[in-house]
Design a protein around this ligand. Sequence first.
Ligand SMILES: O=C(O)CCC(=O)C(=O)O
Ligand SMILES: [Fe+2]
Length: 329
Amino acid sequence: MKDKSGEVSRLYHMMNGSSRLGKLAFRAQTLVTERVRTLSRTLLEPSAPKLTSDGTKVVTVGRLESQHLSDLTGHAIAAIHVKGFTAADLADQLADWLVERTTNRWRLKRGDLGFERGDTDFLVGVGMPLSDALLSEDAFESYLDDAVPAIRRLRDSTTQLIPTDRLRLELDELWPHGARIGCLGTRKFLSTVARVQNPETVLHEEGIIHVDTSLPRLTPDGMLTVNSYLRVPPSGGELLLWNVAPSAWDLLRGLDAYTYLREYRASAEEQQRIRSRLPEPLRIKPEQGDLILFNPARPHSVRSFSEGTRVSLQAFIRFARNQPLEFSI
Ligand SMILES: O=C(O)CCC(=O)C(=O)O
Ligand SMILES: [Fe+2]
């Protein structure tokens, strides 16, 4: 451990509840989680009310503009689908390079059994996903140590501008306060992870419905997820996105479902229970080279496919009023 008394240690312990402040936060979170768990058991019963759609749509465009970003961060639209963001030859080149280097598997929660390494939706070619980085302080150190080398390995695999970098440049131009990579002190976060999915790595036909932010709501400050699709299967592999959330009434009724969703519940039964509380999802079919941005506080999943490979670069981007966009953990 390099930095026991430093910022990494503080952040890690804050997130995992071992500093005094962290312990308090952790205890409060545990109490709320327990309360919500009790509610979940009742509210996820078949008679519980469904969440309703807020009517927001996917906007399909040829180029990203400022208006699209303000509509997305203002929750006026559900997603931005940018067609042909990455040229096919570059997408192929990066996908080949990534498929060769793919090693790790993600961890997912399976019922009450806790996190397991094993059958999960994604394999990882570059960078460490947050779920792995937060397993231990050493893992978090390795995540930070490897953040810049990892993106440089990907960048060095081609002479062209990789989609992660192009997106960062465009966001810097489009967002009033610019865009940058988030950091902890002087150490940068990772600006993308690479994901490789094969038919056998996708757990359920309709994927695992989940949310990626701890806040069970859409707020003026929040997070976006962005995916660059480098290779897609001939059929299947759609992104399913549930445009539920903004009304206070929906939030109250939906709190149970959101907590459940945040826990990446992967058993077929749990997925079915979540699905039964949601309306029909929006179905987005990415093609090679497309880029899709949406708020991962909205439930989403990736549909299964029976042949081919699905290779994508994914990043989380935090947004807040009067602040730069930040590529983040
Ligand atoms: O691969 C995708 O289409 C979406 C992946 C996902 O879960 C996310 O971006 O948060
Ligand atoms: Fe996600």
